[in-house]
Write a protein that binds this ligand. Structure first.
Ligand code: ATP
Length: 422
């Protein structure tokens, strides 16, 4: 099968770059193929700007050469002849064809150079094991060693061999992620192999740190609750924490989180980007106790900022109750909310029904959070205040007044400051 026509219908920028990569490969006597999710998504008619390329030799050199010729930035070098290049929203992954062997279940693979057939055989599912030639003599030619095309057509996910999940249990997480994303079924034998992996405790036996990346990718999906629900049904969630149990309501909460994030991004598009994946993760873990969450932070080696947000959501439940009072002054609302991250505040916003508390949070985002005093240290010095603790105290008082009395101009601030000094 040849899909030159389909390739020519890709986004102009994509096809131009693919053709140039093919020509460079020809010039250097290298065989180059499109592989992985990029090929899968061509057949699924899904836009994908992450091009996966496999070459038969010297992946790193080829990537360095391409980066110079095509003016692409090399953003990372990885193990065994792979590199990632970027150009705006476009990413090009270059890897050398390889063969992998797993000395024991769940181990890191032993990797050496291999043929195209070896490289396709090491992959997770048949739908991800297609390759398309981009050299001149086989441009558009599809290499389908594992019947991936038929599986795409039947919307089936199928592993390539019986030991797949035992070799690399993170494929279980990939399986539910793709099944949920594409609404694909899991082929019967693959389902049985998954059950065997569950009985063998494949994910539980793995270091959590090694599961982390694939687990977090689930939370980056548009509707992660679908994949988590499927994971819970087919494998269970004990590998995350032995006491983790989810009920129907927990999946509903995740929908709420999405609504709140959509609202926030629409209304406050210029603020910092929120880590929505972390919010989903926090929501699903919120039934656990603080010490259990601390264990998760440690086992999954969460970054400091991630751990702080995860724990602070649990620890701040009482703090948020204070927002139910209508009589709170803006500065009081500010003092409650400002120490918390956007993610934690939005998670509460997704859950609370109290009208007053909701109003306070909206005001915090709309006004208080953006408030800055216009007066500077110099203005204070001009009024005779010497730098020191009094200086800081006055600026703090000014800020409070600015919030509570809505001082808008520098002149108003100055008058208020003079009154304070007096
Ligand atoms: P996405 O659309 O989420 O980016 P992708 O299929 O492009 O998915 P990547 O993680 O970028 O996934 O991996 C690229 C390719 O590498 C996959 O399509 C698959 O062929 C192969 N691959 C990735 N992870 C594994 C794994 N754990 N086991 C086997 N093959 C893998």
């Amino acid at each position: 099968m040849n899909i030159t026509k389909k390739l020519n219908h890709l986004d102009l920028k994509l096809i131009a770059i693919i053709k140039r990569i093919g020509r460079f490969a020809d010039k250097h006597n290298i065989r180059a193929f499109l592989v992985g999710g990029f090929v899968r998504d061509i057949f699924l008619k899904i836009k994908n700007f992450d091009i996966d390329i496999a070459v038969d030799k010297q992946g790193i050199n080829f990537a360095q050469f391409l980066s110079k010729k095509l003016n692409l930035k090399i953003i990372s070098h990885q193990r065994f002849g792979t590199a990632i290049l970027s150009l705006g929203n476009l990413k090009v992954d270059i890897a050398t064809l390889r063969k992998e062997a797993y000395p024991y279940p769940g181990s890191l693979p032993v990797v050496r150079e291999g043929s195209l057939a070896d490289d396709l055989a090491r992959r997770d599912f048949s739908v991800n094991a297609l390759a398309v030639g981009i050299n001149k003599d086989d441009f558009g030619m599809v290499f389908d060693h594992f019947n991936g095309l038929a599986d795409i057509e039947h919307k089936d996910l199928r592993v390539l061999h019986d030991k797949s999940f035992l070799d690399d249990p993170t494929r279980i997480l990939r399986l539910v992620r793709f099944a949920a994303r594409f609404n694909f079924s899991i082929e019967t034998k693959t389902l049985n192999l998954l059950k065997q992996a569950r009985l063998a405790g494949a994910l539980e036996n793995m270091q959590k740190q090694r599961v982390r990346e694939e687990l977090f990718l689930i939370f980056e999906e548009l509707e992660p609750e679908k994949a988590i629900k499927l994971l819970d049904k087919l494998y269970g969630l004990k590998f995350i924490h032995k006491n983790l149990r989810l009920a129907a309501a927990d999946y509903q909460r995740s929908v709420k989180v999405r609504e709140v994030c959509d609202w926030f991004e629409r209304e406050f598009y210029s603020r910092r980007k929120i880590d929505i994946w972390l919010m989903y993760f926090i929501v699903f873990l919120s039934g656990l106790e603080v010490d259990e969450l601390e264990a998760i932070c440690k086992d999954f080696v969460l970054k400091r900022g991630e751990s702080i947000r995860l724990l602070s959501f649990k620890r701040s439940q009482d703090i948020f109750k204070k927002l139910n009072k209508a009589s709170l002054k803006p500065s009081e609302v500010y003092n409650i909310l400002n120490p918390l991250s956007y993610e934690v505040i939005l998670l509460f916003f997704a859950e609370i029904k109290n009208k007053q508390a909701r109003r306070h949070i909206i005001n915090f985002f709309k006004r208080y959070n953006l408030t800055r005093i216009k007066l500077t240290g110099n203005d204070l010095k001009k009024l005779g205040v010497r730098p020191g603790p009094r200086f800081k105290e006055l600026l703090g008082l000014m800020f409070k007044q600015k919030l509570n009395s809505r001082l808008l101009t520098k002149y108003q601030e100055l008058s208020a400051l003079k009154r304070l000094i007096r």
